[in-house]
Ligand binder design. Structure first.
Ligand SMILES: [Zn+2]
Length: 290
């Protein structure tokens, strides 16, 4: 079992960072706070940490007036994570969605987005990451562009890619209507090393079911692709417009054990998870398990 980390945003807010500001810019402005979060996850047992660069592609940064800082933010993010992880733990450069629709649904051109993701990937690699992770994607065209951009610069380094699924009847689909099988087939056909799911609005039991479907789809698509899962800490409750996650570390670890039994060997957490959730998973899954 290989353990990723948990959420970044909530950990930053817990350390006094202002909600609504550009979290990615903290890599430049307050690197020590970001480093502290990485260290907390590594101490909890994470084998790899994800850089604080989820929204650091130039298309997303434009909304904060920071497009021209993309390179600097990503490179700094990679260096901070590397500083925390040293040479014994791994760093994955985090790439999230751009927040806009590609043509013809929207006005964003595929080439512009590809350039933005390639720029981000290049800067993350320059900062010293061991691999890249594309996550929280909901549109097949966007994840394809992101994978192609990452592949064009990352060479043989590991490339992870995941989409966010929600329960849709008896099935699971992304917000843009992509089912698990179509997502996995697309990601595998583009040559990723690991396919996964992260985030979403499922309950813990639904995440276990989603894991089973993901493993089935991955097994039929490829003999070699790895499978990873980063569930949220259960289904969010909306309180005063804020998403609240109430799942305890212990319940999260129980779900992680079932997800692992379903054939997922790389596990982390998304929204609502913190170092205590990761520590609980580490404790539960590593006993007598190396
Ligand atoms: Zn999430």
């Amino acid at each position: 079992m290989f353990l990723l980390d948990g959420a970044m945003g909530t950990q930053l807010f817990a350390r006094g960072v202002e909600v609504g500001a550009c979290n990615d810019y903290l890599n430049v402005k307050s690197p020590d706070v970001v480093c502290e979060v990485h260290r907390a996850y590594l101490e909890a047992g994470s084998d790899a940490v994800l850089t604080n660069t989820f929204g650091a592609n130039r298309v997303a940064l434009k909304r904060h007036g920071l497009a021209d800082q993309a390179q600097r933010i990503n490179q700094a993010g990679a260096r901070i994570a590397r500083r925390a992880a040293g040479r014994k733990k791994y760093v994955l450069g985090d790439i999230g969605p751009c927040g806009e629709f590609l043509e013809p649904l929207g006005t964003l051109k595929a080439q512009e987005l590809k350039d933005a993701f390639a720029e981000q990937a290049r800067a993350l690699l320059a900062g010293g990451v061991d691999g890249l992770i594309i996550e929280t994607m909901t549109a097949l065209d966007e994840i394809a562009v992101a994978i192609e951009a990452a592949k064009s610069v990352c060479g043989d380094l590991p490339l992870f890619a995941s989409m966010s699924f929600d329960r849709a009847g008896s099935d699971f689909k992304t917000m843009m209507g992509v089912d698990v099988r179509s997502a996995v087939e697309k990601m595998v056909s583009l040559g990723v090393d690991a396919v996964g799911f992260n985030c979403g609005t499922a309950t813990l039991d639904e995440y276990v079911e989603l894991a089973e479907r993901l493993v089935a789809a991955a097994t039929s698509a490829s003999n070699e692709v790895l499978v990873f899962a980063e569930p949220n800490a259960g289904k969010p409750e909306l309180v005063d417009g804020q998403a609240i996650y109430r799942v305890s570390p212990d319940d999260f670890a129980s779900a992680a054990k079932k997800i692992h039994s379903a054939g997922v060997n790389i596990i982390g957490g998304c929204c609502g998870t913190g170092p205590e959730h990761i520590a609980a998973v580490s404790k539960r899954l590593r006993v007598g398990n190396g």
